[in-house]
Write a protein that binds this ligand. Structure first.
Ligand SMILES: Cc1ncc(COP(=O)(O)O)c(C=O)c1O
Length: 474
């Protein structure tokens, strides 16, 4: 009646019929009708059907056009009816919807790259009894055995200087970045962010009202251009960087730039947030030690198990200097108190028993082979004036640059229709500086799957060129 589906004086079905069609007891429907009669919505006369009250005039509702979502089932309200922040967050949900588990989605652990058997056995045992069994609220910094295992691991593998009190477990680096933005930046503080950068970071700053305080600092072959950062925003409060493997381009931050960055941070009392997301996978030579090792009092180190184990684990860590550890802990408590307990203990045992290091060694060899194979295959399939690979010797993804005339978002959409999952690079740049390219993950899939996907992707790119885009390499 309120929605206008039933007009004044329109007859209603009999209580028996309605009860049968709704599979309710007739008494329930009789009660509902009586209630609506008492409220003046319906009228009934002996011997006649119950009707909508003929005098009923309800305010015409704004018509809601509900569209089915692509996932089917639930309906979506029109954007205009959403509060402003809700509309923004709904857009973020669409942008970040996970790619299907087909090449070249990043971090999909299957077959050789999944820790499946040991993980399952350990999990079953540890969940059944001991610390991973159901318990009350725990330490918001995370489970002590896991924090100890992480402190030992990063000291050894990344030369990070820390003790266990500095380690806070997070639900992945995404949460670490969010916490860092809350803990380090006051309302008017500026922050350096690489250009291009991980959308998971730039979207945080855009959406918590710090968009205009985000100073995008260009990246060249040595990584973040520190001199440019000092020109653009010398008094920034923090710099968010990916020093071991610039995201998405792949180059490490040179030694000279590292010293310049830390020098600036010390002089200006600023903080450096080091996102060390996939540093374990370096294929040629030795990795640079973590930036944190050069100045543990200035650098907040963020690590994740998403790349070395699997992303659905949702476990990562912050290593924060001194008093900041408590600040991160407090910000985390307000968000979700602490990470789920059980998997923390499974992971702690996995690390303590040496499985993590063995897993990394095995997976590193698989990825090194996949990477070389993918570079070779793409080189054979695509002429270099149309698409070319950004060299990089680390990580689980590479960037395939596209000729300037191509729209990388459109190519990504067409690739998805051809069963290939890629992310466009241009949205990772600041407005007006975007270059078309695609991020291709090479973990997790077999050679045959990747060859097939590379062939389909090459076809999509060639078709886009045929449809009118003139290739321009630079
Ligand atoms: C550069 C970078 N930082 C952070 C993350 C987030 O990782 P996590 O799964 O730990 O939240 C990713 C994930 O792809 C990433 O590429």
């Amino acid at each position: 009646m309120r929605g206008g589906a039933l007009a004044p004086a329109e007859p209603l079905p009999s209580t028996r019929l309605l009860a049968a069609s709704l599979k309710l007891a007739r008494g329930t429907v009789v009660e509902a009708y009586e209630q609506l009669i008492a409220e003046g919505f319906l009228e009934s006369q002996r011997g006649a059907a119950t009707r909508v009250a003929s005098t009923l005039s309800v305010a015409a509702p704004t018509r809601r056009v509900l569209k089915p979502t692509s996932a089917g089932g639930r309906c979506r309200l029109p954007q205009s009816s959403l509060p402003e922040p809700a509309a923004r967050f709904a857009q973020i949900a669409r942008e970040f919807s996970p790619l299907p588990a087909v090449p070249f989605a990043i971090s999909v652990p299957v077959g050789l790259t999944a820790p499946a058997d040991i993980w399952r056995r350990l999990g079953n045992r540890i969940r059944a009894r001991g610390a991973a069994a159901p318990a009350g609220y725990e330490d918001p910094k995370g489970a002590l055995p896991l924090r100890e295992a992480i402190a030992a691991y990063v000291r050894k593998s990344r030369s990070v200087q820390c003790d266990v009190a500095q380690v806070i477990i997070t639900s992945g680096t995404q949460q670490g970045l969010y916490l860092a933005s809350q803990v380090l930046l006051g309302a008017r503080d500026e922050a350096w962010v690489e250009d291009p950068a991980y959308r998971g970071l730039t979207a945080i700053l855009e959406n918590n009202g710090r968009g205009s305080a985000m100073i995008r600092v260009p990246v060249d072959e040595e990584g973040l251009d520190v001199a440019a950062g000092m020109r653009l925003a010398p008094h920034a409060k923090a710099a968010f960087v990916t020093p071991s493997h610039q995201y998405p381009l792949g180059m490490p931050l040179s030694m000279a730039r590292r010293s310049a960055l830390l020098g600036w941070a010390r002089t200006h009392n600023a903080w450096v947030v080091e996102d060390d997301y996939d540093s374990e996978f370096r294929y040629e030579g030795y990795p640079f030690p973590a930036l944190q090792s050069s100045d543990p009092d200035r650098v907040i180190y963020l690590g994740t198990f998403s790349k070395i184990l699997f992303p659905s684990l949702r476990l990562g860590y912050v290593i924060a200097p001194g008093d900041l550890a408590d600040a991160f802990c407090g910000a985390r408590v307000l968000m979700d108190r602490h990470p789920p307990n059980a998997d923390q203990h499974v992971l702690a045992a996995f690390m303590a028993q040496g499985h993590l290091e063995r897993h990394i060694r095995r997976v590193r060899n698989v990825y090194a082979e996949h990477r070389a194979h993918l570079i070779e295959t793409l080189g054979e399939l695509l002429p270099s004036e149309i698409a070319w690979v950004q060299p990089g010797d680390q990580g689980m993804h590479l960037v395939l640059w596209l000729a300037r005339a191509l729209d990388d978002r459109e190519v990504a959409t067409l690739a998805a229709r051809a069963g290939v999952a890629v992310r466009a690079v241009s949205p990772m740049f600041s407005q007006g500086n975007g270059r078309p390219g695609l991020v291709l993950g090479f973990g997790g899939f077999s050679r045959t799957q990747m060859e097939g996907a590379a062939r389909r992707l090459a076809e999509v790119i060639r078709n886009a060129i045929r449809r009118g885009a003139k290739p321009r390499r630079k």
